[in-house]
Ligand binder design. Structure first.
Ligand code: ADP
Length: 282
């Protein structure tokens, strides 16, 4: 392992135009897919992630996502130091105890990010959600995008029972009565609790799966594994009010990450998907 890190240090020395010396490294836990490390050098601390599954262009896409978010000047992302097919090296963000303003600042910054819009839903390239391909073909209409670029591709690659497919077909017919017209907002795309780092009063987003979509998708994802603090939603709503009855659509939005999780990890996600479908297609 030491030799591996020394090779990386050589690559980093080239791109930083200085000779780096590795002091130490340690594994970081908390991600869901790849192995990650903290590395400490004479020139500072870095975050390093390995492309465990050798997914093609994984880090190229992650970097494009980070840079797109960064270009909006709305919410922090770590600086990209180096990447190739195997490794991604980012500025290391030290997480600290949050202060009183953290959650409201987070809500405000996310609202500001979401004010960045396009005329169509999608993105100019496909990317990944975890290690699964996320297609982003442009659509003028959210419901079509949601069906054909989000739900159906996951249903097609998964092993879901016929009854699940049937319930999805019923839901597809209902979507026009469920979602209101909305502008395509730039989304983080995978905004669960493991994909942000808190530093006092500021947030840094990591591991994005960006696209222009319905902003309720990001809000829903924050609630999938527990939810953020109330100040976050209050502040978001103050700066960019959500459409009436947004709460009633969160489960439907989360069918996408749940399908992704079922395809990546199996297990209980199938039951969760099924019970949401049962309740929304009654
Ligand atoms: P994975 O691709 O496996 O999901 P992540 O990119 O989510 O990995 O990173 C794993 C964990 O490492 C995150 O949950 C986060 O806590 C931490 N992390 C990610 N980026 C940084 C960074 N730049 N600095 C410090 N910690 C980070």
């Amino acid at each position: 392992m030491k030799e591996f890190f020394n090779n990386i240090i050589l690559k980093l020395s080239d791109c930083q135009n200085c000779k780096l010396v590795l002091y130490n490294y340690k594994q970081i836990f908390g991600g869901s897919i790849n192995t990650a490390f903290f590395i400490n050098t004479n020139r500072g601390k870095f975050f390093l992630k390995l492309n465990n599954n050798k997914t093609k262009n994984l880090f190229d896409n992650e970097v494009r996502g980070l840079k797109l978010i960064s270009s909006t000047n709305t919410i922090n992302v770590p600086q990209v130091i180096y990447f190739d097919d195997e490794v991604l090296v980012l500025e290391f963000i030290e997480s600290n105890q949050i202060n009183k303003k953290f959650w409201s600042n987070f809500g405000y910054s996310l609202a500001e990010l979401h004010y960045n819009t396009l005329n169509s839903f999608g993105l100019d390239h496909d990317n990944y959600i975890g290690t699964l391909l996320q297609t982003n073909k442009f659509y003028d209409n959210w419901n079509d995008f949601f069906i054909y670029q989000r739900l159906k591709p996951q249903l097609d690659i998964g092993n879901f029972p016929a009854k699940t497919h049937k319930l999805f077909d019923i839901l597809f017919l209902e979507l026009d009565n469920i979602f209101s017209l909305t502008k395509p907002s730039l989304l983080h795309g995978d905004l669960w609790n493991g994909n942000f780092i808190s530093t006092n009063d500021q947030v840094f987003l990591v591991d994005p799966a960006v696209y222009y979509g319905n902003r309720e998708m990001d809000i829903a994802m924050t609630k999938l594994f527990g939810g953020f603090e109330k100040e976050f939603y209050d502040s978001y709503n103050y700066h960019y009010p959500l459409v009436k009855n947004w709460q009633t659509r969160l489960d439907i939005c989360n069918l996408y990450p749940l399908l992704v999780h079922a395809n990546l990890f199996g297990g209980n996600y199938y039951n969760q998907i099924h019970s949401i479908l049962k309740s929304v297609t009654k």
